[in-house]
Design a protein. Structure first.
Length: 175
């Protein structure tokens, strides 16, 4: 259908769609991203066939994207906050003891080894996400993969590193 018609429907409902997404994800910036992504998907989907109720269809796209984002965010928070407390406890204070420095250095070395064991794509995804602060969609674009694949790579990489860091040093060499 006409690009102008799609844009007119989106523009007429943009603020309501944004508020709708914001209620689900509870984050204004993510809600904006979701709403813009919904427009692109709506525009693509309506090129071949016009839905019976385009406004309801647009709301459904926003709802699905927002729910996916909310679930992904909860999953990442669960995955990443589990080890944050452990890491925080081992972080050196302003005047670390020799023992704390040795433990931190050992953990950093073990983490480096665990990352080196990962396949290249997985290692890059983990490093971009955890060390570089990149979003999953940015990682996906960089690696030319889907966002869900980027999420999978990050999850598997972190899981591997957590397993390797939880094993005693002698056990690691046997693997």
């Amino acid at each position: 259908m006409s690009h102008h018609r799609v844009l007119a429907i989106y523009a007429a409902h943009q603020q309501e769609l944004l508020a709708y997404a914001r209620r689900i994800v509870r984050d204004a910036a993510r809600a904006e991203d979701i709403t813009q992504d919904a427009y692109l998907r709506f525009s693509d989907a309506t090129r071949e066939e016009w839905p019976d109720n385009p406004v309801a269809y647009l709301y459904r796209i926003v709802r699905n994207l927002a729910m996916d984002s909310h679930r992904r965010s909860r999953f990442e928070n669960d995955l990443f906050t589990r080890d944050v407390d452990d890491i925080a406890e081992t972080q050196p204070c302003s005047a670390p003891s020799v023992e704390q420095q040795t433990i931190a250095s050992d953990e950093l070395e073990r983490l480096g080894k665990a990352l080196a064991e990962l396949p290249s794509r997985t290692r890059v995804a983990v490093e971009m996400h955890r060390l570089g602060g990149y979003k999953l969609r940015e990682i996906a674009a960089h690696l030319n993969i889907s966002t869900s694949m980027a999420q999978h790579l990050v999850k598997e990489g972190i899981k591997h590193c957590q397993q390797r860091l939880s094993l005693p040093e002698g056990k690691q060499q046997q693997l």
